[in-house]
Design a protein around this ligand. Structure first.
Ligand code: 8YV
Length: 331
């Protein structure tokens, strides 16, 4: 009898996903839900046929160098693979998969929520009544935010999430501008009434809201650099539900502090879970809205992500090409 593959999962996953995994594979789960220690991660790559990591696991070249020859697949639970040295995995003949498509709508919702939260001061306003500080009552000039209808949204990265955001933003009366490595199809552009900017610099100088929706790769690290952030209008707002590393966070904080950028809504940070004290201070002052990496955090997304992981493992183990292979051209 062929033995079942040993699948090592680094974090707790929804119950239905774990149950299904146990039925299909010889599954080693992590009931603690704390990230595996470096030693436990080494042990995992030495024993597992399949590793199921998440973004809290650093799968770098030195870890992969310690992997046993039985490790054939890294089936990431999540879309972004910037915590995995994909090149080094591929060189060792290890296939890498991710979970695209199933968290698109939820992440786009959260992006829209951040845009509204910053522009209309929602989190700031939501603190007032619980803190019992609504003492003076309503006033015509109090808690004024900025209208979003009629404003220009610049989307950096027009993939699935960028497009899902564009559809939502159009319903809110925003005009859609985007920068991407490649222009999207004429049909998609027409459907979204989106204007393509080959030059990110030119787009940044013209938009009122900029949303980061591209992956973090060597090419996008600090894509929104200090120099580029300075191109934004002083009324502009920056939103990020992708990866912290795409924005020079220190420069962003500084520009908001001095009033060269109006505010920001951030769900991701350069050194998670640590967040720069300057950003925290700005959040207390109501200039920025900070969320702890919640973009795809719905029950539905997590279950669908788990199903994708299972399909990728099962297809691979059956000797076929898994649907969500990560290829070097994507990085
Ligand atoms: C997850 C994400 O929270 O998919 C991604 O890239 O950032 C989120 O969906 C995380 O990746 C889970 O590993």
């Amino acid at each position: 009898l062929k033995r079942k593959p040993l699948v090592v999962v680094t974090r707790r996953l929804p119950d239905v996903v774990e149950t299904r995994m146990r039925e299909l594979f010889d599954t080693r789960l992590n009931h603690d839900d704390k990230p595996l220690s470096p030693a436990a991660l080494v042990q995992a790559v030495q024993e597992a046929d399949v590793l199921v990591p998440t973004l809290t696991d650093e799968i770098d070249a030195s870890l992969l160098a310690q992997a046993g020859p039985q490790l054939r697949l890294i089936a990431n639970f999540g879309n972004g693979v910037d915590h995995i040295d994909v090149d080094s995995a591929l060189q060792r003949g290890i296939t890498v998969t991710n979970t695209p498509g199933v968290l698109t709508e939820d992440t786009a919702d959260m992006t829209m929520a951040l845009i509204l939260a910053v522009a209309r001061r929602i989190t700031e306003g939501a603190r007032i009544i619980p803190e019992e500080s609504w003492t003076t009552g309503w006033s015509p000039t109090w808690m004024l935010g900025r209208r979003i209808t009629g404003k220009r949204l610049g989307i950096v990265g027009m993939g699935r999430i960028g497009q899902a955001l564009a559809r939502r933003a159009r319903a809110f009366g925003l005009s859609i501008h985007y920068h991407n490595r490649r222009r999207v199809s004429a049909r998609t552009e027409a459907e979204l009434e989106a204007t393509y900017w080959e030059s990110l610099d030119q787009m940044l100088a013209r938009v009122d809201i900029v949303s980061v929706n591209c992956p973090h790769t060597p090419a996008t690290y600090h894509l929104l650099s200090a120099r580029r952030l300075k191109l934004l209008k002083p009324e502009a707002v920056v939103v990020n539900t992708a990866r912290g590393e795409v924005i020079d966070e220190t420069a962003l904080a500084r520009l908001i502090e001095v009033g060269d950028i109006a505010g920001a809504g951030l769900d991701v940070f350069e050194q998670e879970p640590a967040v720069s004290p300057r950003l925290v201070k700005l959040a207390k002052a109501g200039k920025v809205v900070l969320l702890p990496h919640m973009g795809s955090a719905t029950h539905e997304s997590r279950i669908d992500m788990g199903e994708k992981v299972i399909i990728n493992i099962k297809t691979f183990m059956d000797g076929h090409r898994p649907p969500d292979r990560v290829l070097p051209s994507m990085l």
